[in-house]
Design a protein around this ligand. Sequence first.
Ligand code: IMP
Length: 428
Amino acid sequence: MASVVIVGAQWGDEGKGKVVDLYTEFADIVVRYSGGSNAGHTLVVDGQKLVTHLVPSGVVRAGKKCVLGDGMVIEPEVLLKEIRELKGKGLLQSDADLLVSARAHVILPYHKEIDALREEGKGALGTTKRGIGPAYEAKAGRRGIRAGDLLREGRLRELLTRNLEELNPYVERLGGTAFALEPLLAEALAAGAELKRYLADTSRYLYRAHKSGRDILFEGAQGTLLDVDHGTYPYVTSASTVAAGACSGSGLGPTTIDAVIGICKAYTTRVGGGPFPTELKGAMDARLRRTGEEFGATTGRPRRTGWLDVAALRYAVRVNGLSGLAMTKLDVLRGVSPIKVCVGYRVGGKPQDEIPLDPEDIVQAEPIYEDLEGFAEEIQSKREFDDLPAGARRFVRRVEALAETPIYLISVGPSRSETIVLRNPFRG
Ligand code: IMP
């Protein structure tokens, strides 16, 4: 029996969907614990591509329980649409396989509108405009609306009235149109009626499942450097994306977690605004974006690309307590030589071995690179580490040594089968 947390070790889009899908084979339950439909987890199974935004990627394997935990912010319409689409594809055959926390907060149209209007203004952060920030603001401000509230008309009316009184003038100040109560209320109640069958006390469910020996996989969203406490603030999302968030966002305590795996690409990408010390410009940037198909799964935005930043990885190892790393997209680096790896920075002339998070330090941080010889051979067909070309093996081992963390898995292509497994966190 094991509980394993998967987190992004960079700025999101590390390929968590594929790794979660692989590990789901060993889990009974897959849990999302933070964020919402800002995430887009891509899976390729039998040549078919599937992107999930809210339902955990575990849904593609029949009979696995999928949980949307307390720490999430859920847009009811998006969830209902996703459920319909999954069912249309023959997935999620039983409603009993999906449990949505009644304590998860909901994203309502005014949250999305505020997010979008802010992005048109001066303080734009490059958000996904899914209403994530405003929904978490309401939660922290203790005026949020939770999934369970959608079933109680009186309470919902009261909450919506209070929120609209407070937010409508703000919406208008931002250049938007005030929201009317009745249509919002009607829509929210209708969504609640449809969602009712999935709502549960998921914390209690997980506790019992853990006690009875079930294997649990926690599917992190976004990445360590987008964490609201530990990321490149203020260019972050509004949730706890690190491993600790798996506990606070699911209601299962830290002593239940056996392993934490950080997913990292063999290079780095970032979507949206914010500092990115190893960012590439020009031909190499274009090459990585093209070969790695680096376009957002949720927004379609082109991702910024850069060299692998091991100094940032070391930070991810530290704040997540990583047991190991899973490296994705190694195949994308085929033909790139030398492969540069950032091993530290110079900030104001002083060397530093971890990513500086102060907004002024990080923009002037000069990466210190180590050049590694690349590899020219194709690696997509390789299934054993020893069959990889020498350049690829050296790169993986060097990253492992610099990050002081073992690599559990290497992904050499988008499909489930295109993977080299070195260790399995569910098997110790
Ligand atoms: P928000 O989460 O929509 O508020 O966006 C805040 C920041 O997080 C922006 O830079 C987004 O591009 C980034 N972000 C949010 N979700 C993801 C994701 O799933 N992958 C990568 N970046 C994300």
